[in-house]
Write a protein that binds this ligand. Structure first.
Ligand code: DGL
Length: 266
């Protein structure tokens, strides 16, 4: 009897979900991956809440009907902080969301000054406010709406140059000095940002621990689907679809190919 080979749908507004795909693929190399990037509607961070809920529900409904995944990962904070209840009400398969990793930041911060770097949408969500209230009540939390950072990450993946000055301008408000203390944890609350990590480290005013939620997401996926069967081989028959038909570049194609994903038309 052959082992159960799950199909996992990874969804993001663009290419940021690659940072979440990576540890999931490492944990379940045998899975069949379908990656869907809603690049035609990018950036989600600037969208109104009503239009975003309607959009994500409709895109996910169609993808689930067509690809019949065993599990869906909403690899986008801007979407997850808003649409998880609507999706869970419609679908019976598990939906794993990606929400700001405020809890681990607060648990580990020494200085009690933590910052959350996110899109405009994620910064203003009630969900984010509730996470701060519930898990970081004894920290001073600085919310930074990074208007251009997700776009810069898309540029980087397309092989376009990203200037250090632009990165610095986006992250500087996250670095706070107060009464001899300094910010020591920065939550990367947008899946695009870890794509720029080397640059962020280079331009940071001082070293901090950057908190990326992706490893925790991968652990949750394994909890729900189980471990890979012993001796499972890595598969590279996954595929990727972007809703913006003209959004391909050679650099992007190779970024997906390195992760075993080939492009298909929607
Ligand atoms: N990748 C998305 C997130 O995690 C945001 C980028 C966008 O504005 O679309 O929040």
């Amino acid at each position: 009897m052959s082992a159960f080979r799950p199909t996992i749908l990874i969804f993001d507004s663009g290419v940021g979900g690659l940072t979440v795909l990576e540890p999931i693929r490492a944990a379940r190399p045998d899975a069949h991956f379908v990656y869907l990037g809603d690049t035609a509607f990018f950036p989600y961070g600037e969208r109104e809440e009503d239009e975003l809920i309607a959009r994500v529900v409709s895109v996910i409904d169609k993808a689930v009907a067509q690809y019949k995944p065993d599990l869906v990962v909403i690899a986008c904070h801007t979407a997850s902080t808003l649409v998880l209840p609507a999706l869970r009400a419609r679908l019976t398969i598990p939906i794993v969301g990606t929400v700001p990793a405020i809890k681990p930041a607060a648990e580990s911060s020494q200085s009690r000054l933590i910052s959350v770097l996110a899109t405009k949408g994620t910064v203003k969500r009630d969900y984010t406010t509730a996470l701060i209230r519930d898990f970081a009540g004894d920290c001073e939390v600085t919310l930074v709406s990074a208007a251009r950072l997700a776009g810069l990450a898309e540029d980087a993946l397309h092989g376009l140059p990203v200037a250090d000055a632009d990165l610095r301008a986006e992250i500087e408000p996250a670095f706070i000095e107060k009464g001899g203390r300094r910010t020591d944890r920065v939550v990367l609350a947008c899946t695009h940002y870890p794509l720029l990590l080397a640059g962020l480290e280079r331009v940071a005013p001082w070293p901090v621990t950057w908190i990326d939620p992706a490893p925790a997401i991968a652990r949750r996926v394994v909890q729900l689907l189980g471990d890979s069967p012993i001796g499972a081989q890595g598969a590279d028959d996954g595929f990727v679809m972007l809703t913006g038909a003209d959004d391909w570049s050679p650099s992007l194609l190779s970024a997906f190919a390195e992760r075993g994903l080939s492009p298909i038309a929607i």
